[in-house]
Design a protein around this ligand. Sequence first.
Ligand code: ADP
Length: 188
Amino acid sequence: MNILLLGAPGSGKGTQGLILSRALGLPKFATGDLLRNAVAAGLPLGLQAKALMDAGHLVGDDLILGIVRDELDKQGAPEGVIFDGVVRTIPQAVGLAEMLAERGARVDKVIFLDVDDAEVVARIERRRELEGRRDDDPATVATRLRNYREQTAPVLDWYEGHGGVVRIAATGSIEAIAAEILRAVEEQ
Ligand code: ADP
């Protein structure tokens, strides 16, 4: 089962994706993590992405779809994948659908983690104190939220027209949200 997590920065995709990946025994991949690894390793891909990421902008669709293709090839034929933050524009949604179709698969469930902006800003500020991520400073967070609203929010409508979206109110305890996601995933 291929599960796609959608939501604003700070909505909990990484945290919930990890819980889901362990609960279902499926690999998870996050384009944000793969890009940060490429930056840390000094790969050409990382050099291309770094300035955009640091400024809170999305990385280009071709670069992202290239990463996704490599990752799908690397993973062979797993029972499914948890995609965390992998689709942030409509061209990426179309591209992922095509790549999965080539492999006889599709996105089986789209989970949208719904959190309001004030909560997102507070969560990211806490994370900045703990982790010191460069793109977590307030001005960059504002840019990320704007880009999210302009480019990623329309992806929800696209999926509404291509199989539907499960909306989860993603405030409250991590465990309660995880339980709700698991229920939604197990419901066929
Ligand atoms: P968040 O979900 O909080 O934005 P991530 O760690 O998932 O954080 O992503 C960090 C950055 O990596 C994004 O701000 C963006 O620059 C880049 N990125 C990650 N995934 C994508 C994607 N699918 N399309 C474009 N850019 C991406």
